[in-house]
Structures are given as C-alpha cells and as structure tokens.
Ligand binder design. Structure first.
Ligand code: IMP
Ligand code: MG
Length: 191
C-alpha cells in the first residue's frame, strides 16, 4: 500500500511520537476492545470537538455496534500550550442520554479538567453507563483524579499536535502525532 504524501506542515515537526501506521493499527485493536466490552449493545458516542473529530471518525469505523453520535464543544486552549483554569461549555449536546450507554471520546487526557466537566454534565442526564475513551493519555499532568476506560497511547508530558490535536487551530490535519520544532511553538503572527 503506498503511503499518502505528507502535508507541508509535517516539516514543522521536530519529532514524530506516533506514526500514522501505528495509529491505524492501534485503532483496530481499540475498536475490537470496545466492541467486546459493549457486546451487542447500542453505544451513544459523544465526541468532544474539535480535537476528537479525526480520532472519532476513524475509531467508529472499527466498531460494529449500532451507534448514535453527538458532539459537545468545550474550550480548552487559546493560542497557548497550557489549558484554562476551568474549561467552558461552548456547545451542548442534542441527543437524549437517559438510559443510554454513553462512550465519551476525546483526543487527549491531560489535566483531567475537561473530561471531569463533561462526565459531570452527562451524568446529570441519568445514562445507563458512561465510559471514556481517549487517543492519548498524559498521565503525569493530572490536576484532578481521572482514569479513562480506553486509552490509545500513553505519552510523556510534552505538547503534541496532529491527528486532530492543534496548536492555535493549526496542524489538526497531520496524519501522525508529533512535537513541534521550538520556532513553531510561538509564531508572533498568530498571537
Ligand atoms: P485537560 O482538560 O487539561 O485534560 O485538557 C484536555 C484538552 O486540552 C484536550 O481535549 C486538548 O484539546 C487540549 N490539550 C491537552 N494537551 C494537549 C496537547 O499536547 N496538544 C494539543 N492539545 C492539548
Ligand atoms: Mg480538545
């Protein structure tokens, strides 16, 4: 199989932490793992956008269960690489979650504040169950205790971009996950 040509933004990366091939392989296993846990049950997937868009789109194709999909938008970063003190809800859910099996999906579990907030919101609707799936887990950065049920990759405490993850809204379209070169971490024209 021939690999897709790399987008020009790939040149801004200092290192690739997780390759596109490694992501594809892991998603197949993750999809099977999730499907095993839910059996034949319908899953109501809640994706935290924008970061989880690419991960959710690819992961859902590896899950054979009946699925309902909803999205929720929560603010995290602006142009910086450190998160807000308290994430804010920018766009709420539209599906009813009462008595449903909810699988919440995010790109990365960092301080744990975003997922704690969203789980709290979801629980108010009395779902049958709530589980959490993240592509990346930066375990060393937790500020509130939080464990995900399904984790793609555990990574060290370093700011990463690609495959949905952004720096000031750029780099989401990279097919892999990597660390930016220092000169691209604070371009003055984006401030
Ligand atoms: P938390 O609330 O600190 O756990 O942050 C979660 C959110 O912060 C994620 O959904 C991402 O949008 C963002 N985030 C955390 N770490 C990174 C990173 O290394 N790169 C890009 N975005 C990140
Ligand atoms: Mg996010």
């Amino acid at each position: 199989m021939s690999a897709r040509p790399l987008p020009p933004a790939h040149a801004d990366l200092e290192t690739v932490l997780v390759s596109a091939t490694a992501i594809r392989r892991r998603l197949k296993r993750l999809g099977a793992e999730i499907s095993r846990v839910y059996g034949k049950e319908e899953i109501t997937v809640v994706a935290i956008i924008n970061g989880a868009i690419l991960f959710t789109a690819d992961l859902l194709r590896e899950i054979p269960n009946p699925v309902r999909l909803d999205c929720i938008r929560v603010s995290s970063y602006r142009n910086a690489t450190r998160s807000h003190a308290r994430p804010k809800l920018l766009q709420n859910l539209t599906l009813d979650l009462a008595n449903r099996h909810v699988l919440l999906i995010d790109d990365i579990l960092d301080t744990g504040k975003t997922l704690s907030l969203v789980v709290e919101l979801i629980r108010k609707q009395d779902p049958a169950s709530v589980k959490v799936c993240v592509l990346l887990d930066k375990r060393g950065r937790r500020e509130v205790p939080f464990e995900a049920d399904f984790v793609g990759f555990s990574i060290p405490d370093t700011f990463v971009v690609g495959y949905g993850l952004d720096f000031a809204e750029r780099y989401r379209n990279l097919p892999c996950i990597g660390v930016l070169k220092p000169q691209h971490q604070n371009p003055p024209e984006w401030a």
